[in-house]
Design a protein. Structure first.
Length: 159
């Protein structure tokens, strides 16, 4: 069972990311959206597309846990999405809109959960047993990782 204060801050954190990312991207010159300061990490354009794509993955996992008894949650390689969906060619504005819409859908689902539903579990093929609360925490962590990446890229472009 989730603590109401924890639930509140999880939902606040989840709802903040689209606005924060949009603000950060609008503060970066478009000329740097496709620069890759680190060959192992995504460009700003690719980060936006990645986050938009993963909203579908998160929603699928959350919905399975919400509606099925102990579902299997498939692990994915994010680089497969990068190649398949050609992130380097996707308009940033399109990605940001998709991200915002996907997140709104996730938030609506989570806001409507009964307190007891936050403890429902699924079995992730790589991470093992995960509750709804675990999945929400993972999403917030994933968001934070990429927001830090965007901040670092923007900072590097100023030097």
């Amino acid at each position: 069972m989730i603590n109401e204060g924890v639930r509140h801050y999880l939902l606040e954190g989840l709802s903040a990311t689209p606005a924060v990312l949009s603000h950060m991207m609008s503060s970066a010159p478009k000329s740097v959206w496709d620069k890759r300061p680190d060959p192992e990490r995504y460009t700003l354009r690719e980060v936006a597309a990645h986050l938009a794509d993963w909203e579908g993955v998160w929603f699928e996992r959350l919905d399975k846990v919400r509606t099925q008894e102990m579902p299997t949650l498939q692990g994915y390689n994010p680089d497969d999405f990068l190649k398949k969906n050609n992130y380097a060619q996707i308009e940033v504005g399109t990605s940001l809109k998709r991200f915002q819409e996907g997140r709104a859908k996730i938030l609506k689902m989570l806001e409507n959960l009964e307190i007891s539903q936050w403890s429902r579990k699924g079995n992730h093929t790589e991470r093992g047993l995960l509750t709804m609360q675990d999945l929400a925490v993972i999403i917030v962590g994933h968001d934070s990782y990429h927001l830090r990446q965007v901040a670092e890229w923007i900072e590097k472009t100023k030097k």
